[in-house]
Design a protein around this ligand. Structure first.
Ligand code: FES
Length: 150
């Protein structure tokens, strides 16, 4: 059933009419209009739909919107410090190819840096294994993360 949901996204509250079971991804993209977050597989496998929820990177295609109420949500449009820094590094190293998966990649990398200021290569590999890139930009992603903390 539909009900009024209040979501806090990028520091601002948004009130929307949504079915409580609707995936958070649809609310973020189609109702609120933050289209940086992408729909890839819809099955929790690719990471294109990642957003930060209370600091953790989650697959928004898998989360009913009702479970995001009262949480701090950050999308790729947010101005979180590590996210900004990573975006600059992404530009410097020309990371994207087609670009579709990159907002999810950035969100996962942001969660990593928020939890560990100086990640090891192993930390980076483990964290980033949740995000798939069909263009194979993995080496540049790693380089951009490493350089953003150097
Ligand atoms: Fe959510 Fe692929 S679209 S994990």
């Amino acid at each position: 059933k539909k009900y009024m949901v209040t979501l806090k996204i990028n520091g601002k509250e948004h009130q929307v009419d949504a079915d409580s079971e609707m995936p958070l991804l649809w609310v973020i993209r189609d109702i609120i209009g933050f289209t940086g977050t992408k729909f890839g597989c819809g099955k929790g496998l690719c990471g294109a739909c990642m957003v930060l929820m209370d600091g953790a990177a989650i697959n928004s295609c898998q989360l009913p919107v009702s479970l995001a109420v009262g949480k701090e949500l950050i999308t790729v449009e947010g101005d979180q410090e590590n996210l900004q820094r990573l975006q600059e590094s992404w530009e410097e190293f020309n990371v994207p190819q087609c670009g579709f998966c990159q907002s999810g990649q950035l969100i996962t990398a942001t969660a990593l840096l928020n939890s560990k200021a100086n990640p090891t290569e192993q930390d980076i590999n483990t964290a980033m294994s949740r995000n798939i890139c069909r263009c194979g930009t993995y080496p540049r992603i790693k380089k951009a993360i490493t350089n953003s903390v150097a």
